[in-house]
Design a protein around this ligand. Structure first.
Ligand code: ADP
Length: 447
């Protein structure tokens, strides 16, 4: 087992990884920018190393400084968290070249899934159902028109290197195709330095349902059920739940077995998430994330399995601590992403936290790096806390979430707590009756 792990991240996820390490008796090294010198993960870690100025490019994305920090502190592994360098295949290779343990899948798998054209090809080969669309990248407008005619409008142009919904355009008809495709390409070029695009059928009203998977170095592969992440604003997830209100046990078992076999075929090692759109009883693969997800705690709550601990075990060369037969799905969990943003306009609201009181009680979990008088820096993602609540049924979970949101005090910056409070009182949400379009329509209607 590792003796000391460097956590190449910040905020709540740095703390989350630190907690798993402590419980395994592993020492931790925090790295931080000058803006994060007072951060919770820095205070709690055994050692801390400043890796640069506030800008993420110069600190949390600064490979040379992170590797140096690992060398100086004799860390024997690096956990990248999510975001930043977590899906950077080159970084994973550099870590391994320095004989430091990489807590993530192989660079080859990261690279394969990071290119969405390649990812779709692989997904088809390992038996996952795809959204109908182009067979790989589309080079010309003529080729795009041909594909669109075949699958029928509306279609979606997507960037091969895409992420966060950028470089994605809905094309309603042939007349607008050339213009929108050019826009998608230039957006993709600007954001990712790669203007390769491909085409998919645009699904009218799907849900976003993703499966958590895990593989080890001994050929074992498991799935840990699904999460429903349909509640999105601008392709960003807002609230997630497990299990999905839209699936029954039989559907879960069938699709779970399909993804489990796919992962086994791939020889995948570590934690991963296979994302699907789900419409009219059909699943359509959209992408695979080769890292821990923000919303992983809902899976932990319904399975009782610590996913970060499993990641560390697998990276250290141990087998998965559970087999598929051991994994039971019990009860229901919901996560609210709490951002330092105006709950109506979504304008960022960093600054001083003047009062902080986290909710507690049975089955209430708060993953947050906030504390009294902490100053939220303006340079990073606005996610400041995740409130995760468990109940033996979805209704019990909702009642508990209601009271936990009521108890939560974060004074100073504006937060999205009031948004969640309104959201969970909506009758359609309470019925679990929502798709990926639902939240934006709901927000527009409330405006
Ligand atoms: P990114 O990596 O940019 O987040 P994804 O492929 O994961 O891109 O898609 C992000 C979101 O865009 C999905 O969660 C869904 O809301 C929407 N989306 C993606 N593909 C389709 C599609 N074929 N039809 C309808 N909506 C889609």
């Amino acid at each position: 087992m590792f003796e000391k792990i460097l956590i190449a991240n910040r905020g709540e996820i740095a703390l989350r990884v630190h907690r798993a390490c402590r419980e395994l008796g592993i020492k931790t090294v925090a790295v931080h920018s000058t803006a994060d010198a007072e951060a919770m993960h820095v205070r709690l870690a055994d050692e801390a190393v400043c890796i640069g100025p506030p800008s993420a490019t110069d600190s949390y994305l600064n490979v040379a400084n992170i590797i140096s920090a690992a060398e100086i502190t004799h860390a024997d592994a690096i956990h990248p968290g999510y975001g930043f360098l977590s899906e950077n295949a080159k970084f994973a290779e550099i870590v391994r070249d320095h004989r430091i343990g990489w807590i993530g899948p192989s660079p080859e798998h990261i690279r394969m899934m990071g290119d969405k054209v390649q990812a779709k090809k692989t997904a088809a080969e390992i038996g996952l159902p795809l959204v109908p669309g182009s067979d790989g990248a589309v080079g010309s407008v003529e080729e795009a028109i041909e594909v669109a005619n075949e699958i029928g409008y509306p279609v979606l142009v997507k960037a091969a290197s895409g992420g966060g919904g950028r470089g994605m355009k809905v094309i309603p008809d042939a007349a607008s195709l050339a213009g929108l495709m050019a826009q998608a390409k230039s957006e993709a070029k600007a954001a990712f330095g790669d203007d390769t695009v491909y085409i998919e059928k645009y699904l009218g009203n799907p849900r976003h349902i993703e499966f958590q998977v895990f593989g080890d170095n001994f050929g074992n592969a498991v799935h840990l059920g699904e999460r429903d992440c349909s509640l999105q604003r601008r392709h960003q997830k807002v609230l997630e739940e497990a299990p999905s209100p839209a699936l029954n046990t039989k559907q879960r078992e069938e699709m779970g077995e399909t993804v489990r076999q796919a992962i086994a075929k791939l020889g995948y090692q570590g934690a991963g998430t296979i994302e699907f759109l789900y419409e009219d009883g059909q699943f359509y693969f959209i992408e695979m994330n080769t890292r821990l997800q923000v919303e992983h705690p809902v899976t932990e709550q319904i399975t009782g399995i610590d996913l970060v601990r499993e990641q560390i075990r697998v990276a250290a060369g141990l087998p998965l601590s559970v087999s598929q037969a051991d994994i039971r799905f019990e009860g229901h969990a919901i996560e609210c992403r709490i951002n330092a943003e105006d709950p109506v306009t979504f304008a960022p609201s960093p600054g001083q936290v003047t009062d902080y009181h986290a909710p507690g009680g049975l089955h209430v979990r708060v993953d947050s790096a906030l504390y009294d008088n902490y100053r939220i820096p303006p340079y990073y993602d606005s996610l400041i806390a995740k409130l995760i609540v468990y109940g033996s049924t979805r209704n019990e979970c909702l009642a508990r979430l209601h009271r936990a949101l009521e108890e939560y005090v974060i004074n100073g910056p504006k937060t999205t707590i009031p948004l969640h409070q309104r959201l969970i009182e909506d009758p359609e949400f309470i019925d679990g009756d929502y798709s990926i379009k639902w939240l934006e329509n709901w927000l527009a209607a409330k405006a």
